[in-house]
Structure formats: structure tokens, C-alpha cells
Design a protein around this ligand. Structure first.
Ligand code: UD1
Ligand code: CA
Length: 461
């Protein structure tokens, strides 16, 4: 197989987005549009992936820093042919196939990309254009055929009324043989309605030069949808969600109301897990089987075991939760939290960088930060670890079987030993030995008649 080089066009401003952000950095399913394209491009194992940037070039480059990419800058942006010319120095001396993708067409499948290369190399074509037949071709370049073969592409603004009736459109995705390409690009002119150098003019030029041009028509029109406006961004997002939801349901996950369920593409969920309405699951999240995720829970980059019950209105970010755990309602698990098997995290409990051991419970109103809690520990209502002294964070350790009475403060760094008891309302400033009881509150005094004396009213009996 000859080498394949991918070029992604991403220099345009995307005026219709009305945004300070370059269009290709707007997100679908938690990822910039262009990242979807780059991930799909990787599926054909290209020798090079080059991105043509222009408008806010640095923002785009920075956002893609973790990929192995080459960049060409197009300044000013004079059209798609001019954009492609910018990669000529990057591909100097290279042969094989150049696959051209658009940074704003995020749903193209790896399968279609594979078919494009097969069609192109199978036909030994100089160019292969991916096309589709759509009901509403408005705005797209139209495929003009003669004797069934593609003759040229005409842009909406340059098309005659008859040409505007054509329903076969140009997707803006192509494969090119590198050999004649850059030379031919130089013969494209800008005498058209937009005064731009249209890449689409290459088709007519190739036909004139008797170079073979092929087409590949995609069945699933959604794959080649370009995003030009916020409305299209929302529409394409919905398509992505629907696809994911259908995959999950086919794999045995119950979605009570798919229309209000937001699950990003990389999320994995085991069978017989039930997801209630309004749930958002993002990033690299894995959820086991037979879990129940109640309404309006958001889970981000977390690992949830099997048979876990997450009650309503919880936020879970960067946490690991073992099998059989119950969480919420209204719990907040922050990054680096680990919840052990069968543990309980109740309402208004916040955990940060905290490990809650197996079988331990923090059922109500607690903050545990930078804390290691052993197994079978009871954290009473209103327990707070004072982990921050205004300068540094400090660790709290609560060993197995300890019992922390309600409304206690643990001033870190501090350790509560195995099986120790903390009396209700204790401020723990020093380590508590295993098996000890710690109390800090003084003996209670009742001042009889104090209220009446204070207010100067007669005593009530
Ligand atoms: C282009 C095609 C049209 C096709 C449509 C599919 C041309 C002339 N027209 O039209 O036939 O139906 O795509 O979506 O090619 N870009 C640059 N530099 C530029 C201009 C554009 O990098 O100077 C990039 C844009 O950032 C974008 C892509 O090229 O990623 C397509 O540009 P856009 O202006 O959206 O092209 P369309 O008018 O949609
Ligand atoms: Ca345009």
C-alpha cells in the first residue's frame, strides 16, 4: 500500500458561529470538533497528519498539542484550494494518497474513510470525491454529472437555477493522488462569486486533463454534516448522543428517558444498570453492572463498580467507587476520592482526596478532605476535617472500626487509632490512641433563670 497522508482544513473563522472561539474548537460530546476528525483520521494509520490553521492558529495548535501533528498556517484565508496549497512544503517529496478532511465535519466514520481509500486506490483515481444525496442541498457544492460521471462541482453561489436542483452534494472530503495535485492546484483561479480559490474547481481541471475522478456516495448523510452554526452544533450533538444511547441500550443498559440522558462516547456501562432522566456521564467513566443512577446525577472521569446506587443530585468527579456502595442524594465526590466496598456516602457529604474504607459510613453532612478512613468506620453527622491551615493541606487518618461522634472537628494532621471513639462535639487536636475515647467539651452548666434575667421579664413557670 502506498503511504496515506491526511490533511485537515481548519483555517476558516466560522463567522456564522458568532464566537470568539475558532469554530473547530467548539465541542461535541466533550471534545473539540477537530479532535473528532483527528481521532477518525488515526484509524487509517496515516504517515502524516497535517492541519491547516489560520484564524486563531495558536489556540487551535495548543488545543491539539498532545497529538502528533504537522501544522501549516494559511494567512490570509483565500479559499479551500489555497488552504491545501499550504501543506505542499510539508509533503515535499512524498508520494501516495492525500486524504483531505474538514475540521468542522466531526461525524465521518472510520469505516467510510476506509472505503474512500479502497475506492480511490481500487480505481487508480487522481481524485475521489465523497458525495451524498440530500433532501436539502442548499449551501453545498453540487455534483454535476455528464454521462453518469462527475464532470465538475459547482458552488451554491455560482450555480444556475437548474444546477441548484441537483441533490447530490460535495461533502468536502476527498482522496487525491499526490503526484499531479500541487501542480494542478496552481492552475485554479478565483473568478467566482466569493473571489476565493475553490478546491472544487480541481474536478473540472482533472477532467480536462483526462485524469480519472471517482466519487464515493455515503449512505448515512449524517456522517458528512458540516457545522456552521450553533444550531447545527446542537443538532450534531444530539445525533452523537442518540447513537451512544442506542449502543448502550443494545448492550443491556436501561435508559429511562434517552432524550434527557447525556452520555459521552467513551463512557462504558455494564448490563442491567438503570440510568434515570437528567443524568450526565462524561469523559473516561466506567460504570459496572446492576447499578442504579437516579435522576440529575453528573459523573465525570470516574470508575463505579457493580450494584452501586447513586441517589439523586450527586456530583462525582475523578472518583473510584467499589461494588455495592450507596451514594447520595446530594453528595459531592471530588477528584482522588476512593470509596470502598459497601460503604455509604449520604446526603450533603463532600469527599476530596479521601479514601473511605469498605463498610464505612458517612451518612449526613460531612466534609472529609485529604483523609484516609479505614474499614467499618462511622463518621457522625456534621463531622469536618479541618485539612487546611491557610497555607498547607494536612492529612487525617481514621483507622478501622473507629467511631466519630456527630459534630466533631478533626484538626489535621491528626490520627484516630483503631476502634477509638470520638465523643460528640469534640475538637480533635491531638492523635487519639487505639481504643481510647476522646472528648474535648467541658462539663455542661445550666444557668437557671438566665433568659428571664437577660430580657428583664418575669420568670415563666
Ligand atoms: C466547501 C466546499 C463545498 C462543500 C462543502 C462541504 C469549496 C469551495 N466548497 O464549502 O463544495 O459542499 O465545503 O461542507 O471547497 N477553510 C480553510 N481556508 C479557507 C477556507 C476554508 O482552511 O480559506 C476550511 C474551513 O475552516 C473548513 C473547510 O475549509 O474547515 C471548509 O470551508 P467552508 O468555508 O466551510 O466551505 P463551504 O463553503 O462549506
Ligand atoms: Ca465558505
Amino acid at each position: 500500500m502506498p503511504d496515506t497522508h491526511v490533511v485537515v482544513l481548519a483555517a476558516g473563522q466560522g463567522t456564522r458561529m458568532k464566537s470568539d472561539l475558532p469554530k473547530v474548537l467548539h465541542e461535541i460530546a466533550g471534545r473539540p470538533l477537530i479532535e473528532h476528525v483527528i481521532k477518525t483520521a488515526a484509524s487509517i494509520k496515516p504517515a502524516t497528519v497535517a492541519v491547516v490553521v489560520g484564524h486563531m492558529a495558536n489556540r487551535v495548535r495548543e488545543r491539539l498539542a498532545r497529538y502528533d501533528l504537522k501544522f501549516a498556517v494559511q494567512e490570509p484565508q483565500l479559499g479551500t484550494a489555497h488552504a491545501l496549497q499550504q501543506v505542499e512544503p510539508l509533503l515535499a517529496g512524498q508520494t501516495g494518497t492525500l486524504v483531505l478532511l474538514s475540521g468542522d465535519v466531526p461525524l465521518l466514520s472510520a469505516q467510510t474513510l476506509g472505503r474512500l481509500i479502497e475506492t480511490h486506490s481500487g480505481a487508480k483515481a487522481a481524485a475521489t470525491v465523497v458525495t451524498a444525496t440530500v433532501d436539502r442541498p442548499y449551501g453545498y457544492g453540487r455534483i454535476v454529472r455528464a454521462d453518469g460521471r462527475i464532470a465538475r462541482i459547482v458552488e451554491e453561489r455560482d450555480a444556475s437555477p437548474a444546477e441548484r436542483q441537483i441533490k447530490e452534494i460535495n461533502s468536502g472530503i476527498y482522496a487525491f493522488d499526490l503526484a499531479p495535485l500541487f501542480d494542478a492546484l496552481r492552475s485554479i483561479a478565483s473568478q467566482n462569486a466569493q473571489g476565493e480559490f475553490y478546491l472544487t474547481d480541481l474536478v473540472a481541471i482533472y477532467r480536462r486533463r483526462k485524469l480519472p475522478v471517482e466519487t464515493l456516495m455515503v449512505e448515512n448523510v449524517e456522517e458528512i454534516r458540516g457545522i456552521n452554526s450553533r444550531t447545527e452544533l446542537a443538532e450534531v450533538s444530539r445525533i452523537v448522543r442518540q447513537t451512544k444511547n442506542e449502543e448502550l441500550m443494545a448492550a443491556g443498559v436501561t435508559l429511562i428517558d434517552p432524550a434527557t440522558t447525556y452520555i459521552e462516547p467513551d463512557v462504558e456501562i455494564g448490563r442491567d444498570t438503570v440510568i434515570h432522566p437528567g443524568v450526565i456521564i462524561e469523559g473516561q467513566t466506567r460504570i459496572g453492572s446492576a447499578c442504579e443512577i437516579q435522576g440529575h446525577v453528573r459523573i465525570v472521569d470516574s470508575e463505579i463498580g457493580n450494584r452501586v446506587n447513586v441517589n439523586n443530585f450527586c456530583l462525582i468527579v475523578g472518583a473510584r467507587v467499589a461494588d455495592g456502595v450507596a451514594i447520595g442524594p446530594f453528595a459531592h465526590l471530588r477528584p482522588e476520592t476512593v470509596v470502598g466496598e459497601n460503604a455509604r456516602v449520604g446526603n450533603f457529604v463532600e469527599l476530596k482526596k479521601t479514601t473511605l474504607g469498605p463498610g464505612s459510613k458517612a451518612n449526613h453532612l460531612a466534609y472529609l478532605g485529604d483523609t484516609t478512613v479505614g474499614a467499618n468506620v462511622n463518621i457522625g453527622a456534621g463531622t469536618i476535617t479541618c485539612n487546611y491551615d491557610g497555607v498547607k493541606k494536612h492529612q487525617t487518618v481514621i483507622e478501622d472500626g473507629a467511631f466519630v461522634g456527630s459534630d466533631s472537628q478533626l484538626i489535621a494532621p491528626v490520627t484516630v487509632g483503631k476502634g477509638a471513639y470520638i465523643g460528640t462535639g469534640t475538637t480533635v487536636r491531638e492523635d487519639v490512641p487505639a481504643g481510647a475515647l476522646a472528648v474535648s467539651a467541658g462539663k455542661q452548666r445550666n444557668l437557671e433563670g438566665w433568659v428571664a434575667r437577660k430580657k428583664g421579664t418575669p420568670e415563666r413557670t
